[in-house]
Design a protein around this ligand. Structure first.
Ligand SMILES: [Zn+2]
Length: 232
């Protein structure tokens, strides 16, 4: 018997506390056939990233499994005033295509911004939206959302980061700077990962070295003047 890639789970809404079902991709189908240098995955079957945002069919509240589980009074009031009264109810529990996935991410982002969710969650939603546009080769929208997610990841680094010792986050900020054409900032962030003696994450150090070399090549090709640390 062949296994279906999707299965459903029950989730309790963080806002209205009703229980609803949402789909997920089975772990055995989750392996990416290719991953970009900013961790965007490509899949043969269902894309597990399409199913990250869970949307409550009763009230419309959209969240991820990493979102704040209990909303405080202020957040509840904000959601009620800003979104709930205007939301057109729809069930996103089944199979999702590209456009449905994008809708769920935009709802997720709207909810997260409305309740002032942790910056890490907002950064990740913005980054996922950029990936969706990349799948469609919509370069303009991809770049727009990469830029937003970059700004958001920098806020994460400044406010939530583990004493600046978060190699994956620093690498990602470097890579998003490179992808959005902020070459000098990209150099700074990659150099930090490579040179900071406190960083022990070997795979992020390696990735930073590789992207540092890619960046150097790009800058030479585009006729940019190389910063001092890149000159030899
Ligand atoms: Zn709900």
């Amino acid at each position: 018997m062949e296994l279906e890639p999707l299965f459903t789970i029950k989730v309790t809404c963080n806002y209205c506390e009703n229980e609803f079902t949402t789909s997920r991709v089975r772990p055995s189908f989750k392996r990416a056939i290719k991953t970009d240098t900013d961790f965007c995955g490509y899949y043969r079957n269902e894309n597990p990233d399409y199913y990250v945002v869970r949307v409550c069919p009763f009230c419309g509240f959209a969240s991820t499994e990493n979102s704040t589980e209990r909303l405080n009074e202020r957040q509840t009031a904000r959601y009620h005033e800003e979104i709930e009264t205007r939301y057109i109810k729809r069930d996103y529990g089944g199979k999702r295509d590209w456009s449905t996935a994008l809708e769920t991410y935009k709802l997720g982002l709207l909810c997260a911004q409305t309740i002032n969710e942790k910056e890490r969650i907002i950064a990740s939603l913005l980054h996922h939206i950029a990936w969706l546009y990349r799948y469609r080769e919509d370069r303009e929208q991809e770049r727009r959302f990469l830029q937003y997610s970059l700004e958001s990841y920098i806020r994460v680094f400044e406010t939530e980061s583990n004493l600046g010792n978060d190699a994956r986050l620093m690498y990602l900020i470097g890579e998003l700077n490179r992808r959005t054409g902020n070459y000098n900032d990209a150099v700074k962030w990659f150099s930090r990962v490579i040179n900071d003696k406190k960083i022990m994450d070997a795979s992020m150090i390696r990735a930073s070295r590789e992207q540092w070399a890619v960046l150097r090549e790009e800058m030479l090709n585009d006729g940019h003047e190389l910063p001092e640390e890149m000159q030899n």
